[in-house]
Design a binder for this molecule. Sequence first.
Ligand SMILES: Cc1cc2nc3c(=O)[nH]c(=O)nc-3n(C[C@H](O)[C@H](O)[C@H](O)COP(=O)(O)OP(=O)(O)OC[C@H]3O[C@@H](n4cnc5c(N)ncnc54)[C@H](O)[C@@H]3O)c2cc1C
Length: 481
Amino acid sequence: MYDVIIIGAGVIGSAIARECSRYQWKILVLEKNLEVGEGTTKANSAIVHGGYDALPGTLKARLNVEGARMIRELAPLLDFPYEQIGSLVLAFDEKDEAILRQLLDRGRQNGVEGLSILSREEILALEPNVSGEVRSALRCTEAGIVCPFNLTYALIENALANGVELRTDEPVTGLNPEGELFQITTEKNHYHAKVVINAAGIHAADVAALLGETDYRIRPRRGEYRLLDRSEGQMVRHIIFQTPTQLGKGVLVTPTVHGNLMIGPDSVEVENPGQRPATTREGLGRVDALARKSVPNLRLDRTIRVFSGLRATPDTGDFMIYESKHNPGFLHAGGIESPGLAASPAIGRMVCELAAASGRLPQVKRDQIIERRSGIKAFRQMTPKQREAAIAADPNYGSIICRCETVSEAEILQAIHRPAGAVTMDGVKRRVRPGMGRCQGTFCGPKVIAILARELGISEEEVLKDSRGSRVILGHTKGKE
Ligand SMILES: Cc1cc2nc3c(=O)[nH]c(=O)nc-3n(C[C@H](O)[C@H](O)[C@H](O)COP(=O)(O)OP(=O)(O)OC[C@H]3O[C@@H](n4cnc5c(N)ncnc54)[C@H](O)[C@@H]3O)c2cc1C
């Protein structure tokens, strides 16, 4: 029997798990995918928004501003990549300038600091590659960029270090109230819990429907992106937005924490969220045209990857975070579209407070909490002296598996053997970056497969790219029977 079961191990479920681990509660996180962070959390703009965009008085506004501050404090504590580079929202005409004034006003109401309006000359002094057509911009020095995968791994690893349990590859298929408890049915097990938390991303409304709850619907919206080579990473130094529309914050041009340049996303409603999100010629065409409006000299032929993500857009317009009236003890953390990443630590704290206030759980905190977590040290970022010392301590640091990103075997082994470690090629890639570079895994892919097979005790044919059934090697063409 568990005190708390959390359904979904995206950034939100992981942030909730970490906050709840401060209490003496027996907690289980159930995730349907093979790894944590493989839902919306894996494909987004990776921006820690300042908080001027959301309507004052909404949960989005409050939790964005709180979450952005918490991320800043958590980054050194939990050792994930984050940079407060600031953002500019560009205005190209009078209509845009009216929107900038509105955003400035909203930002001030939301309590965002570091906001100012810049003139054309000030913008071009900061960002010489921005279009000369620009008239003015809203600057927000509070905004930043983060690695969404490593933020999520940091949160879940810290939760596990404080006693939380995690079971992946276990989709929840049934939920039933049983007296003061809930019975949770998965494809593999039955569990009981006093409190159930729904953090199922684009599937949150489906999970709520298992209890007959239909307060909100999720309308998934796809967003497509291009990721450009590191050679383009210096094109801009801030996150460059255009004015937002009803469909989202518009197409941005931004450096990433890994030194690449990213452009996107567009916003298109998707009929079937079960379908794998894909990129389209039309979607990328829209992204290219809009991104070039902000930064005309973009070298799109330096694209190394295109990808898309699905927004969990709720039909209510705001995050849906509350305790169910019909099923006390069932907590919703649904409809977490943008700025969900930025707000994630604050959402974690709010949901944990709701759990504590449910009256179903002891209000006792743990005597000792592990506050810090160390990330995997990247060979690429070490000085020559540090590299020497790392190889002396662990010779696997001397074996370079990914040449584009200079990833050593030691890092890959850590990625696999950590708590909530990688079990797929994409899991390794997201944790330590083999295959994230210019050749996109053409050279290192077979080596990563061999390491995964050896370390997981499976055959190379059984190694998966990301999800169930996503085998990479279907058979040998020579050399083996
Ligand atoms: C295009 C795009 C751009 C974005 N840009 C930004 C940005 O720049 N800044 C920002 O702050 N936010 C951004 N967001 C929003 C942000 O990515 C999300 O708010 C956040 O990732 C949501 O996390 P989550 O944990 O709720 O969802 P998810 O990451 O989808 O996690 C939900 C998890 O629940 C699991 N699950 C579902 N059903 C079940 C079940 N039945 N049983 C067990 N597990 C289940 C899923 O497998 C999944 O792992 C963007 C989103 C998109 C799509």
